[in-house]
Design a protein around this ligand. Sequence first.
Ligand code: KG4
Ligand code: ZN
Length: 341
Amino acid sequence: MLVLGIESTCDETAFAVVREGKEILSNVIASQIDLQKDFGGVVPELAARRHVDAITPLLEQCLQEAGVPLNEIDLIAVAHGPGLIGPLTIGVTAAKALSLSLQKPFIGVNHIEAHLYGAIMSSTEPVEFPALGVVISGGHTALVLMHGIGHYSLIGQSVDDAIGEAFDKVARILRLPYPGGPEIERLAASGDARRYPFKAGKVKDAPLSFSFSGLKTSVLYTVNGQNVSESRGSQLDMQEISDVAASFQWAALMDIVEKSLAAAQLYGLNTLVLGGGVTNNQKLREFFTQADPVMRYCWPNKGLSVDNAAMIAGLGYHCFLNRGEGDAYDLEAKTCIPFGV
Ligand code: KG4
Ligand code: ZN
């Protein structure tokens, strides 16, 4: 079965052709970083307009790279949420239009679940369930009990900022370009992680929940002083900025490591499936292995961690097989979708 995947939840337009949920024939992305970086984040209306411009030429490029004509596609899978409503609507409308004109089924998949599938499709060994899913992206931070592909229960999430969002906001405080995650990681490499005693938040009576907004504010006060209007940001020298980056990165990533391993222990799990853009961070991978060298870690391959359409096509294949049918044309784009739905 050849599945065409479409991703447009945020600021990346992406298409992929995937065979049997696993073999990637093409995986192309039109990033909007050039457009969004001037704003230090994503402007939804601009993102939606750029998706409209990118979508047709990118589809053609995707099919050409896969060597597959459009009429050989068996199923169209699209991320129908969660995400920004304007950008989502472009992808969902494109999927319905293709489905209707080709007379082939289409299916909407959950973008967050697809991030976890990105790690599963990267694995050379079959992943053993139950496993703990760790979603660490720009929009979400979540711990998920994975009973099998498509069967999940949420056991913890962020009550405020997502981890990637915290990286992006701290980068902005340090006047680094968007997206901030890779910039912070680069700067942190020459910084002292013990210089500033930053800490991620604990949530009362919810040990597996996350909170990063206090951590972000501590960084803001350290950089700009308590009175933000009298900014002394420029007084930090390069070494201090690197130390802030390293100390923040350590606090944020160790929080993910500690809560993930605590959850795995609580539920008796020995496999972690990790997805989302923050899995790109090499320090995170190091911290996990140092903290628990015996645990099995399932990481996404390059190209399958940040937003992409191969993970959408791959998960779409399994959803279609599980359900035995596609979605009706009244399926809507949704800014929020509960886990496992
Ligand atoms: O999964 P993704 O493409 O977007 C969402 O679905 O939200 O993740 C993008 C996020 C951004 O916040 C970016 O700063 C972060 O992933 N990111 C990183 C790294 N590379 C990307 N964060 C920390 N370290 C990195 N190396
Ligand atoms: Zn994503």
